[in-house]
Design a protein around this ligand. Sequence first.
Ligand code: UTP
Length: 292
Amino acid sequence: MAMKPIRKAVFPVAGLGTRFLPATKSIPKEMLTIVDRPLIQYVVEEAKAAGIEEFIFVTGRGKSAIEDHFDKAYELEQALETHNKQKVLADLKSWLPAAGSVVYTRQQEPLGLGHAVWCARRLVGDEPFAVLLPDEIVQHDVPCLKQLVEIYQQTGGNVIAVFSVPREETDRYGILDVAGDDSAALVEVRGLVEKPRPDQAPSTLSITGRYILMPEIFEHLGDHEKGAGGEIQLTDAMTKMIGRYPFHGYRFKGQRHDCGSALGFLRANIAFALQRDDLKDDLKDYIRTLSI
Ligand code: UTP
């Protein structure tokens, strides 16, 4: 049977971003910038590079800056034209998604990631889809979601991006229970546990913010069962699909940055700036001057 292609991606962006207050009081966390691009733009570009054609944002109150970001800015474009800033103008136009390819729905209350994804059920319909969390950014020549799509084309079913964490930190992550060797690049998922204590964690492989999911996940999310932290967890609904569909974890290639924490965010800014020809030398010179 032909595998259905992954055409749609869901971006849950309705969280409160409490770890970044007061910055996120009136600015969506997803609009915080890594160098000069907002987090959300990195993941939208990643999705596009993986062949995604429809971009589904699950937003909330106070998030309209995200909608504006992916819309045409007539006055700005006109001003850039007038001032002959053609290069900036061309860049601004280059990443704008095609008209009609972006859709928005609102999660009325931030009840958890699982609930946010469930809010996209009618927009996704009956086909496998991707989920990308904008506060996790992966640096690699082959975008992380593209790596997952390539695995999905071999395995079908659910595919999630995974990475190793120190055992003493398992209680901060969704952890996999795997069949067989947990050091392999591709592992078969036997179970998932949200934030287990280090002595109870079935492995040290963690879920990261990139998923390819079967549409059946919506049936399980529809139960609205609360899990860890009193939130409706995506992990819990994924667990219910284990054994019913192929379910794999793929150790993605690349450097992951947890931009949802202040330290991860700062590291990402430095790492991305060091890749920029116009910034890297001056930044290195500056870092050398710091007496650390
Ligand atoms: P996080 O838990 O990292 O984001 O969720 P948060 O809740 O906004 O941040 P903190 O912990 O308070 O600082 C990961 C992603 O899921 C979205 C967030 O917007 C973020 O992109 N999310 C989370 C929702 O869309 N709805 C929710 O109810 C929870």
